[in-house]
Ligand binder design. Structure first.
Ligand SMILES: [Zn+2]
Length: 297
């Protein structure tokens, strides 16, 4: 079976080249996945509807994004200029994770080529995240009756503080964040399970810790998993402070995907962060999520 992969050309928003966010990676990743024959045709998402967004974000915040009326300080906190293209991107990338999650229900595995905007809370965006796509898709699946108890495995180097905040009083969603303790955000929000890693951690120890907590999570029952596969844990990342190799990231993805696939729990993979100093390497690292899913399905 071919892995369903969701992508939209509008994931590549028009922002200045001097912005710290490597926005072009979304277009290059799509090209690369075709080039290495992981995908023939992408599945194209629609922009997320207001009704669906409103399950995880306030009406006030959604309208401020839609109308580009968010104050400058809040825009600065996000890190993107709020132009038409960034607004469009925020809607289609969220729609993309919603679509990928539905596809995962039918196929066991599905991926977006964006997503993992885990710093966005109910009322505001932050750290290059406008809408919390995984939180929106989680609520969507539950509302439609596709899943009841959902696990969010967040292995981006930064803590999933926005996701933790959105689900803090919701026992039907389990938030697991394994991140570098000294990385952004300085003030963490409590997830259901936070694993804080020390700077400069390497493959062997990282993978051992991960396996231990996956075993722990296996004692609970879930009927859907979101996996935020941030590659900013890589040793050559500009922002992350861990020292994980290419092979370490590949193994990490295989451990997570293999574990839940074997248990027949549908899994939706999303990109998460990545700010590698080497742009081509960044694209290759992000593609590992899709490659590992394609190999197992
Ligand atoms: Zn990150």
């Amino acid at each position: 079976m071919e892995l369903p992969i969701v992508n939209h050309p509008d994931y590549v928003a028009k922002i200045n080249d001097d912005n710290k966010f490597p926005i072009k990676k979304f277009g290059e990743l799509a090209n690369y996945l075709k080039e290495i024959k992981i995908v023939k045709d992408f599945i194209i998402p629609k922009p997320c509807s207001f009704e669906t967004l409103n399950e995880a974000h306030s009406k006030d915040y959604i309208l401020k994004i839609k109308e580009k009326s968010l104050d400058l300080l809040s825009q600065k906190k996000i890190g993107f200029p709020l132009n038409d293209s960034v607004v469009r991107r925020s809607y289609v990338a969220t729609g993309g994770t919603v679509l990928a999650s539905k596809l995962a229900i039918n196929h066991g595995l599905a991926c977006n080529t964006a997503g993992g905007s885990h710093h966005a809370t109910f009322n505001e965006g932050a750290g290059f995240c406008v809408f919390n796509d995984v939180a929106v898709a989680t609520r969507y699946l539950q509302k439609k009756g596709y899943a009841r108890r959902i696990l969010i495995v967040d292995l981006d180097v930064h803590q999933g503080n926005g996701t933790a905040d959105i689900f803090k009083d919701d026992s039907s969603v389990f938030t697991f964040s394994m991140h570098c303790k000294s990385n952004y955000p300085a003030k963490k929000t409590k997830s259901n399970l936070d694993v804080e890693l020390d700077d400069n951690l390497e493959d062997k120890e990282y993978l051992e810790i991960l396996k231990k907590y996956i075993m722990y999570l296996n004692e609970e029952s879930f009927d859907f998993v979101f996996y935020i596969a941030g590659v900013d844990i890589h040793h050559n990342d500009r922002l992350g402070k861990l020292k994980i190799s290419d092979q370490g990231i590949k193994k990490r993805d295989q451990i997570v995907i293999g574990n839940f696939y074997q248990k027949r729990i549908p899994l939706c993979g999303v990109l998460g962060g990545g700010y590698n100093k080497d742009f081509n390497k960044l694209v290759e690292l992000h593609s590992m999520l899709h490659k590992s899913c394609a190999e197992i399905i």
